[in-house]
Design a protein around this ligand. Sequence first.
Ligand code: MN
Length: 260
Amino acid sequence: MSDLLSDLVSALRDGSLRIVDLTQPLGPDTPVIGLPPPYANSPGVSIENISRFDDDGPAWYWNVLSFGEHTGTHFDAPGHWITGRDLPRNTCDTIAPERFVGPACVIDVSTEVAANPDFLLTPDHIEQWEKEHGRIPAGAWVLLRTDWSHREGADAFLNVSDDGPHSPGFSPQASSLLALDRNITGVGVETVGTDAGQAGGFDPPFSNHSIMHGAGKLGLASLCNLDQLPANGAVVIAAPLKIVDGSGSPLRVLAIISTA
Ligand code: MN
């Protein structure tokens, strides 16, 4: 084994590196985004036994899973959006796997979001972060820490009012800066999707999806435990299921952090 890899394994074993699980549990209680009519909606999660140590399988337990691609902690491929539909290698099965692993830049806006659930990240916030932590590198996963994952129950998590959902996200200008000027791999958020709740009314509509995926960038939604990550220096591994022509996939998202 190379020194680099044996050092990695040793550091994970001796605790000088630690794995942080950024994934929410996936089950029948997982909240699912709701779209207004006339749009079709994704079902929730169902898990049905095939057998569980019974007549259908006396020594084995297994289930049938049913859910939309964009459920729970999940991955958005560029082909998810109309702006990215003609890009090369734009689906879960064709994206280069090297892209799934990258450095994390964690932008903490939890204080702002506590005061304003419709908070939007702007280029000013990004440039302020960079003054403290250095320029966001090409290939970064930019994770927006909002502490939204601390909200308990689907109602608080989706936070829907008469005028639609209210949850934080990115201004169109921030998405453009990250995708085009910083050439990041993608963004990750704690909310149900990578756009702000009110982004259906932005220009362009659902601006983060539109801009990121149009630039071939990736998305991660419904993350948790971002409060356990340093602003800089973690490595994120986010590999979707290799669904043929898949627009997205639930996945396990892991971060490696240094405890030294
Ligand atoms: Mn999605």
